[in-house]
Design a protein around this ligand. Sequence first.
Ligand code: DF5
Ligand code: ZN
Length: 266
Amino acid sequence: SLDWGYTDDNGPSTWAEKYPLAAGARQSPVDIDTSKATSDNSLVDREIDWSYPSNCSYRIVNTGYGWRVDTYGDDTALSGGPLSEVYKLEQFHCHWGATNDEGSEHTVDGKSYAAELHLVHWNSEKYSSFKEAASQPDGLAVLGVFMEIGNADNAELEKIISLIPKIIHKGQDSQASFDLDFGSLLPESKHYWTYLGSLTTPPCNECVIWTVFKEPITISERQLEVFRSLKSVGEEDAIEPEEGKLVKNYRPPLPLGNRVLRECGP
Ligand SMILES: COc1ccc2c(ccc[n+]2C(=O)c2ccc(S(N)(=O)=O)cc2)c1
Ligand SMILES: [Zn+2]
């Protein structure tokens, strides 16, 4: 069995037994209490800025906890906003729930979205590898994008979703080079909240500068169902067809504690 996961016997409430960092004071996700957000002008004139290539080759993999697209982040860059250095895109992935009224990791005044996209970057200016950066307090910068159910398919996400049938089982991967317009995986508004947090999965390293956009993007119910068709077990694990489906892979919020929550934009 998995040493951690999202079921009753290995879910978030049990993680601290094997991953002590999960009980830390700088954990993610958090509930974003909008009344606690402070807007200081140190963020106002430093718009968060990203540049991603339009055409790039990617590898999508079923991690057993969801899908993850590994990018070869040579000519990617994320800077500005709360970041003091330039960060490179390492990978992006998503969290979702069994029904549409749950699924995001961050919540806003207690409200959950149907899913949450994470674009994971690392501080390549200060550190020499992603792994090294993942052990540093300013090592990673993750952009969080809420996803709500809309009528239309999300065309950019569809390029990823069309590959999911090839990676139904844990460990499967698929190489694809497609022109992904990251711009459309991000909301139009650059308004965001930011705070210091952690990886939301074990080992829960407290190494993430979080930037969560206020405006959600949309995904269709059908597209979300494709996410839920992923399996958390390998092809060789003989289980019933309905078993092992990855219907939820989100960690519920942890206390913000005495951390500062800053916002940029109304
Ligand atoms: C031993 O060191 C590590 C470091 C990172 C690991 C990891 C195992 C899984 C995921 N990761 C990740 O890279 C990771 C985990 C969670 C997130 S999240 N959901 O964006 O906070 C991003 C990235 C192990
Ligand atoms: Zn994530």
